[in-house]
Every structure is written in C-alpha cells, then in structure tokens.
Write a protein that binds this ligand. Sequence first.
Ligand SMILES: NC(=O)c1ccc[n+]([C@@H]2O[C@H](COP(=O)([O-])OP(=O)(O)OC[C@H]3O[C@@H](n4cnc5c(N)ncnc54)[C@H](OP(=O)(O)O)[C@@H]3O)[C@@H](O)[C@H]2O)c1
Length: 321
Amino acid sequence: MTTKTNSPSGAWAGTQIPGQAGRTALVTGANSGVGFETAKTLAEHGAAVVLACRDPEKGQDAARRIQAAAPTAELTVLPLDLASLASVRQAAQQLRATHDRLDLLICNAGLGWVPYTRTADGFELVFATNHLGHFALTGRVLDLMVNVQGSRIVVVSSPAHRQATIDFADLQSEKHHSKRAAYGQSKLANLLFAYELQRRLAAAGAEAVALAAHPGGARSNFNRNLPWLFRGPNYGLFRPLSHPSAIGALAILRAAVDPSAHGGDYYAPSRRMEFTGYPVLRRSSAASYDTNAQRLLWEISEELTCVHYPLTDQNPGRVSR
Ligand SMILES: NC(=O)c1ccc[n+]([C@@H]2O[C@H](COP(=O)([O-])OP(=O)(O)OC[C@H]3O[C@@H](n4cnc5c(N)ncnc54)[C@H](OP(=O)(O)O)[C@@H]3O)[C@@H](O)[C@H]2O)c1
C-alpha cells in the first residue's frame, strides 16, 4: 500500500486517500520517480490508471511493478512523447478510442538541465515537454473531463519556478539559453497554465477543476542531468535536501484526491524551503498569479500547439464540446 512513514500527527501522509474505485486517472511520466509513485498509489486505491510514457517498454515494466503491488489493478500503457505534438495527438486519439471519461489527469512528466535542443516541432525541448506538451494533451482530452463530477487536472511544478521569469520575447530561448532559466521558465509556465485553466473552467461552469503541486526534492531519475555533485553516489549534496519519490508524490496525490482541495490550490512539501515534508497548501510566486501573463501564455500556447480549448474565458455557464 501507500508509503506510510512516522508522520507527525495531522500530516497528510497518504493514509487519508479516499477509495478511487470506478475512477480513471492518466499520469504522464508514470514509469519513473514521482509519476510512478503517484500512479502506483492511485492504482492501489482502486483507480484504473493510464500510464502515459514515452518509452512503452518502460511503461510496461512500470505496469508490472505496480501490478505486483496491486494485483487487481487495471493498468493501460499509453505511448506519449510530450516533446512531439504529433505524438500528443495520437495519444489523445488512442485514449479517446477506449475511454469516454477521465477523472484525473496528472501532468507530471518533465525534464530539465539539458543542453539547448530543438524539437522536431521547432520548440526548445524543456518548454516543449514540460509546458506545451501538457497544454496540448489537456486541451485534447478536456472534454472527457469537463462534465465529470470531481474530475481534476493536476499540473506538476517545482520550487524552481520562484526564481524564474517568462521571457515572452524569447520563449524558445533562441536569443539566450541557460539550463536553469529554461527549466525555471517551464515550471512557471506550468503554474500560469494551471491557474488560467482553473479560471476558464470556473467561468464555463465546468465540474472539472485545475490545481498545481510540486514534489519538493524527490530522489528520482530527475537528477541524471545535474552536475555529479547532486546525483551520485547516492544523490550527493542533494540527499539532505530530498526525500523519497513516494513522499514527494504525496503533494500531487493531495491535489488530486483530497476532498478539501479546491481549484487553483497549490500543494507542496512543508519543510526545508519546500524540499521535504508532507504536503501543505502554499502560495506560489507572485509572478505565477499574474493574470495578464496567464492569458498571454494561454493564447501563445494555443497558437503554437494549434490546440484550441473547448473553453473561452468569456462563456460562463457554457462548455462547448
Ligand atoms: N525530483 C525532484 O526533485 C523534482 C523537484 C521539483 C519538481 N519536480 C518535477 O516532478 C516531475 C517528475 O519528475 P521526477 O522527479 O519523477 O523525474 P524522473 O524520475 O526523471 O521522471 C520524469 C518522467 O518524465 C518523463 N518524460 C521526460 N520527457 C518526456 C517526454 N518528452 N514525453 C513523455 N514523458 C517524458 C520521463 O520518461 P523517461 O523515463 O522515458 O525519461 C519520466 O517518466 C517533473 O515535472 C519535475 O519537473 C521534480
């Protein structure tokens, strides 16, 4: 079952997760780290889980590991490369062929600290994967969620968003690129997207809500691109600032299933600069609540992905399908 630790009394340590039988969750990046732990815990609580992974073999391996912990779990592996808009379109089509509703969409997959790389679509790789891919995926499956009671979209950000800015004049980091800035920008974009999505869902009278979360310093494969000092052996200098992925996943799970969570909430670990601890409700950076930036990013993202949401910010009470 879910990782249970000696949590302080009152901490949201996963024991509060309600039964998820009859619900379907899609988790991106479900083969590794925080996404794997999130998918596993949802499956253990009875949800049917779609493991959306760019490498189907890794997805199948993750499914086997989850099945070992939850033998009756209903698991599907969905090939999805978020850095490719064609792959996102195909994944959405495949999902729609087999599912007519979705209760939870966990936009978790991500990477960072990679050298400047352009995707086949012409976008900077980190922005494309972490933000644009999730923007496109959500837009393509949102109509499976809008009218489903209790449905939630959870977008996974990072404390790295706090030092970040969005350079609308150079979103693809063509004029200036640094690994840190590109990752921070993508994680700020995750929050701008989540909050704008929530505003539009609420204005449309949708049942679905959008929330955000981050896992803190989670010991996962994420560090593979960081300098040696922060990855090995045994995560090096990162170790005292980090906790197991299963604990990091709790912030995402809380955003996904805590009955007291609301659209627009942001859950993050409670301790050590948000790096460790059980999830609590927090405020993200002032920049992430800038509604002009939220709207602008939304419009640019629709243009870049050619995915136009079945929601506008001006149609209260109506959700077009
Ligand atoms: N670990 C931390 O300390 C930390 C802190 C703050 C925020 N986060 C956030 O937490 C999330 C999960 O990260 P993690 O720590 O669990 O890292 P992880 O172990 O490296 O897992 C990342 C997942 O994203 C997938 N992914 C990467 N590029 C993809 C693409 N183009 N299409 C589809 N999937 C792709 C990876 O697939 P492959 O296995 O095939 O590469 C993997 O499944 C990320 O959004 C990250 O920004 C992590």
